[in-house]
Design a protein around this ligand. Structure first.
Ligand SMILES: CC(C)(COP(=O)(O)OP(=O)(O)OC[C@H]1O[C@@H](n2cnc3c(N)ncnc32)[C@H](O)[C@@H]1OP(=O)(O)O)[C@@H](O)C(=O)NCCC(=O)NCCS
Length: 189
């Protein structure tokens, strides 16, 4: 495999392309990051100024230069529209592990797009990037994310009690992980 921090890995499924998220995606990412329907699901206030999204993309670029984060935009092949984004972050490459994060514009929800994207990313992460473990930490009330993870084969390892504070409440976070071996089993089924 080539070094993904030298040449960004572009991936593809039947319906979508995964390409490096850049400042050229500012407007579309602002439309997602400023939507409370999206951001409330992971316990963050929506962006209220495009400058916040610009700074967020700048941090992503810095983290790529630091070799700590890979951030893909999810492009709908039919019309070229950016549906959302997916990332591998919180990497510990000595331990061959990373966390996955993802979000879609609501126009694209419940069409199986993130399941398709996740499958493609996991294949690359385990087979090409050499990860052994991928983690995810949805909030207790994020049914869509929990369902997505369980369908992709992630296993619940525990509850991080009141790990988040959002909307005036402390919320539990669920700790999910998928090992390469789990993924091999899921693919055999
Ligand atoms: C989480 C998210 C990415 C899911 O994307 P999606 O493309 O709509 O999900 P999919 O269509 O691939 O669905 C995957 C599974 O989750 C289920 N699901 C999706 N949304 C659901 C919902 N709102 N309620 C219940 N189940 C849901 C689907 O039915 C499917 O399971 P099934 O095949 O057993 O029916 C999307 O809801 C989103 O962007 N949410 C806001 C951001 C977010 O929460 N990010 C994650 C932070 S941890």
């Amino acid at each position: 495999m080539g070094d993904p921090f030298t040449v960004f890995p572009e991936l593809e499924t039947e319906r979508i392309r995964l390409q490096q998220l850049t400042i050229g995606d500012l407007d579309v990412m602002y439309s997602i990051k400023s939507n409370p329907m999206v951001t409330n699901q992971y316990g963050r206030d929506p962006h209220t100024a495009i400058l916040q999204t610009e700074k967020w993309i700048e941090v992503i670029a810095e983290n790529y230069r630091d070799r700590s984060t890979l951030y893909w935009k999810i492009v709908n092949k039919i019309d070229g529209r950016v549906a959302g984004a997916i990332t591998l972050w919180n990497m510990d490459l000595e331990s061959h592990m990373a966390e996955v994060g993802y979000e879609l514009h609501p126009d694209f929800w419940r069409k199986g797009i993130m399941f398709e994207t996740m499958g493609c990313l996991l294949q690359w992460a385990f087979e090409d990037f050499g990860l052994n473990r991928v983690e995810a930490c949805p909030l207790e009330n994020n049914i869509a994310s929990i369902r997505l993870l369980e369908r992709a084969g992630f296993k619940l390892e525990g509850t991080l009690r009141e790990r988040a504070y959002f909307g005036g409440k402390f919320l539990d976070q669920y700790y999910y992980a998928l090992l390469k071996n789990d993924w091999v089993q899921v693919r055999r089924q």
